[in-house]
Ligand binder design. Sequence first.
Ligand code: IRO
Length: 324
Amino acid sequence: MDFTTRFHGQEFANPLMNASGVWCYDDEELDAMGSSASGAVVTKSATTNFREGNPEPRYQSLPLGSINSMGLPNKGLDFYLDYVIRQQESSATNAQKFQFVSIAGTSPEEDILLLKKIQASDYKGFVELNLSCPNVPGKPQMAYDIDATRALLEEIFSFFDQPLGIKLPPFFDLVHFDLMADVLNDFPLAFVNCINSVGNGLIVDVHTERVVIHPKNGFGGIGGPYVLPTALANVRAYAERLKPSIRIIGTGGVESGEEVFLHLLCGADMVQVGTQLQKEGPAVFDRLLKELGQIMEEKGYKSIDEFRGKVRNYAGESNPRPLA
Ligand code: IRO
């Protein structure tokens, strides 16, 4: 089965990646992702300096997904740049996988400083700018402010010339998709990644009558099967609205090969896995590829490009985007 995925001139063995935040915090986790069957790897969203993150417990696995309020724990941008540059310069067969560095300043000013640091480094690859972290107390999810997002992108593209994508929070109103797509289409963005966790959900244990995580009185980002319809809607909404040069990474609700297939069918170029990777560890990628291969075989597809973006409306018509 041919899972080969082209993404802005880069070729990956398959479209699967970790979602930033899961299995990408330190050397040990990143090495394990490197050895996994994933097509690519993204690093934990980085700030300028090391951050401890929020108090524990800050992650809870749930029957239908997960809730987290990690609070951006990370080892600082230098650590992730060094790691990825080392991998890229190595002769390892998996060196090609390390093409995505995620950053998340706690202010627009910090985002700019992080990007200037990347620009001045030897890193060559994609940058995923996270404008949607829901868990830093007192800090809004930047991308919900559409005017502020435009202003930030204007400043970024006045100096930054490496391939940049942004990680978006979920939107729920078609007018919001229109407004955000109008902003994104005005910039030479390489990709959008949708969606981040559904921010500020609340999980309450009926027996103890308590919330299940400590930070923010229990409010946290929801992931996993709970969010699949929202994730697919966001992927499809941007596939219908963005210019073809802005590619799409689909994230949210992948448990099996079926959800990988659905993300691709709705228009995702690559697909990230968060909650299920946390549950199952990096071996999840072998299973997902096997299951995706079985679905493709049953349907008679030999490559992903044969069905990518071709979801049909109720009348049976499809409106795929041009391929990468
Ligand atoms: O709490 C986190 O570290 C976190 C981040 I930066 C994010 O973008 N999304 C998420 O669910 N958790």
